[in-house]
Design a protein around this ligand. Structure first.
Ligand SMILES: Cc1ncc(COP(=O)(O)O)c(C=O)c1O
Length: 430
């Protein structure tokens, strides 16, 4: 963590003046709920890029003008609309453009990828994953193994942090994979855990899974657009994500998937197929045999949901303009600054009603933007309500956590200062 920070408002303002991404805030619509709203929920739903509305309007106009002909004649022809996402998504995931595709939604993509990469055989039937998976992922895994006739309790191994700990160490995870090497078929983790904010060591988990002869996949809901990824070089087999969090594509916007070239270029990779994954030149012949497009695009099933993609187009343009290195640098600075302020301002021994603990790891590479604090003695919801009443949009995760995400594209250092100052009036770190 940095030690060069100061506890003054003047210093927060200085950080804002030095911030080369400061002007990007103007590219987003900041919510106005009540008198003063400060948004710290980009980990849940990213803000709307100002260009989204015009892009949406343009598609509506093209639909009105061209009707079905819009598939070829719209300004951004609908037939190939999704292809424009390959380059920016490849930059954000550390992949080749043909390894990524914007399609479906997160949980739907997870089901599709599990159909391809869970291949139980003989004794190798187990799945190693996190106990703190987002429920949707757990439901997907459980329903999958039931389809194969297995008992989820026997087949799914869930790793949990030790008592009073909030992170799983890479050593624990890799040791567990090694221990189950004769029975594990799939290793599945989050890139960043939704509750604790822990960023997992994806390259080492991938290596351990491959040493054990298992496939490995990641849920990048809280990772894409947040932390740096090198999925191709790490040799990850597959990954899935949503685009409504750090990618700012709008509620329920199109999700995405990464499929490593070693599988994507192999036409025999098993998959749940559909016509949009079929060779584009013969797709409209509507003939018999499925000929997959080479790469991740060959895993699409349905035609692209254009209205659901305009927000992603608007947002990825901003990401490309800002540049990943700048975004990543500011993310670390915002995070370190917030942790510094929590440690400095919330240490006061005043009559605080609330005691909290920082549960997000502060180790470099083990966190993204999100900071999670755990409130003791079941009073967290009250503290959450106080912050919300003061205009700070943060979020509450049962049973005891408040999450904040200072997002590099639109949050300022002074906003972080204001939030922690408010928190320090009510709560003390223990
Ligand atoms: C970590 C994680 N996985 C899965 C999901 C489910 O996403 P979807 O509803 O887009 O399928 C979410 C939703 O917030 C999530 O945070």
């Amino acid at each position: 963590m940095q030690t060069k920070f100061l506890i003054t408002r003047a210093f927060a303002k200085q950080l804002d003046r030095e911030d080369i991404l400061a002007s990007f805030r103007k590219k987003f619509l900041l919510p106005k709920i009540g008198n003063k709203t400060t948004y710290f929920c980009g980990h849940s739903l990213g803000l709307q890029p100002k260009t989204t509305q015009a892009y949406m309007q343009s598609e509506l106009e093209d639909w009105a003008t061209w009707a079905v002909e819009g598939h070829w004649k719209a300004k951004n022809a609908w037939l190939t609309y999704h292809q424009a996402f390959a380059k920016p998504l490849s930059i954000l995931t550390g992949a080749y453009p043909d390894e990524v595709v914007a399609m479906n939604s997160l949980t739907a993509n997870l089901h599709f990828m599990l159909a391809s990469f869970y291949r139980p055989s003989g004794k190798k039937i187990k799945i190693i994953t996190e106990a703190w998976n987002f429920p949707s992922d757990r439901f997907a895994l459980e329903s999958l193994v039931k389809l194969y006739g297995y008992d989820p309790k026997k087949v799914i191994i869930e790793l949990k942090p030790a008592k009073n700990k909030f992170a799983l160490s890479t050593e624990e995870i890799c040791a567990s994979i090694e221990k189950h090497k004769d029975s594990v078929a799939l290793v599945f983790f989050n890139g960043v855990n939704y509750y604790s904010g822990q960023a997992f060591d994806m390259p080492h988990i991938t290596q351990a899974a491959h040493r054990a002869g298992a496939f490995v996949g990641f849920d990048l809901a809280h990772a894409i657009g947040n932390i740096s990824l090198q999925l191709h070089d790490w040799k990850v087999d597959f990954a899935v994500w949503c685009s409504y969090k750090y990618l700012n594509a709008g509620p329920g916007a199109v999700g995405g998937a990464f499929i490593h070239q070693k599988h994507g270029h192999d036409k025999s990779t098993p998959r749940m197929a559909g016509w949009w994954g079929h060779d584009q030149n013969s797709r409209f012949n509507l003939e018999g045999n499925f000929k997959p497009i080479s790469g991740a695009a060959g895993f699409q099933v349905s035609n692209a949901p254009i209205m659901n993609m305009v927000g992603l187009k608007a947002s990825l343009e901003i990401f490309m303009e800002a540049g990943w290195n700048q975004i990543s640098k500011k993310r670390n600075l915002l995070f370190d600054y917030m942790v510094f302020l929590l440690e400095s301002l919330c240490r006061n021994d005043h009559k605080s009603s609330f005691q909290f603990q920082l549960i997000t790891s502060t180790n470099t590479n083990a966190h993204g933007s999100m900071v999670s604090i755990r409130i003791h003695k079941q009073k967290g919801k009250e503290l959450f309500d106080i912050l919300m009443k003061q205009g700070y949009i943060v979020d509450w995760r049962e049973p005891d956590v408040i999450r904040f995400a200072p997002v590099p594209l639109y949050n300022s250092f002074e906003e972080v200062y204001n939030l922690v100052l408010e928190l320090s009036k009510h709560a003390v770190i223990v």
